[in-house]
Design a protein around this ligand. Structure first.
Ligand code: URA
Length: 232
């Protein structure tokens, strides 16, 4: 791995900041100051020191992507762009999205190589809350809200679990669910004779979409955000 990438992966700074740090001579590899950002290091075994502090390679990485419309939540697809293609992430990390958003849904998608955490976050026993901002075709009645909040029949063997609706305006709501059924939000709105016109996930468990990320942009999670995910 390149030295500048290693430092970026550890959130030491942006790509241009870490290049500057390296040129300033404050990074050493196995005791030698290295001033070339593209210096190749063996990240698991080399001893990298930044400002006197040893840095340790992380096996697991966690990204927040603001998924744009039009890309699929998959690692590979023969016809469409995938969310992984949007990340400026090192290859060989075996990254994958934590669950799926529909091709036409945008918003918060976690991407990681931590299979155990992903499994826990998606497990039906332990589904975390997910909040979606939805543009809808028609205003919701009080009965619609009550139905969505108690459980609706979306054609599966059981009703949806209780959800939370917040009406922002006639055509805009947020819906918080903690299951993760296929097309769940769209099907819930259909169940009350409505329709989702656009959908954006703004929260996943303890994490909220970082609004400074434009659609298609991603960033590494902070250490605190990773800790929150592990606690959730
Ligand atoms: N519900 C949907 O209908 N689509 C999504 O992408 C996510 C939740």
């Amino acid at each position: 791995m390149r030295l500048d990438r290693f430092l970026c992966e550890l959130n030491i700074g942006t790509r241009s900041q870490v290049k500057e740090y390296i040129r300033q001579g404050i990074v050493s590899v196995n005791g030698q100051i290295v001033k070339a950002p593209d210096c190749k290091i063996a990240e698991e075994t080399d001893r990298i020191v930044f400002k006197g502090e040893e840095l340790f390679y992380r096996q697991f990485v966690y990204y927040m992507l603001n998924k744009p419309k039009g890309v699929v939540s998959a690692t590979k697809d023969n016809t469409a762009d995938t969310v992984l293609g949007l990340l400026d992430a090192p290859t060989g990390k075996n990254l994958f999205p934590v669950g799926r958003l529909d091709k036409d849904t945008e918003g918060l998608l976690l991407i990681t190589n931590d299979g155990a955490l992903s499994h826990r976050l998606l497990s039906p026993k332990n589904h975390v809350d997910k909040t979606y901002l939805a543009e809808i075709r028609a205003p919701l009645s009080c009965e619609d809200i009550q139905a969505l909040e108690t459980g609706v029949d979306i054609g599966d063997d059981k009703l949806t679990a209780p959800a939370k609706v917040k009406v922002l305006s006639d055509r805009q709501i947020t819906l918080t669910i903690h299951e993760g059924r296929f097309h769940q939000v769209k099907r819930m709105l259909q169940a009350v004779d409505n329709e989702v016109l656009s959908l954006k996930r703004i929260r996943f468990g303890p994490l909220f979409l970082d609004e400074s990320l434009a659609p298609g942009e991603s960033r590494l999670l902070t250490t605190q955000e990773v800790a929150l995910l592990h606690e959730s």
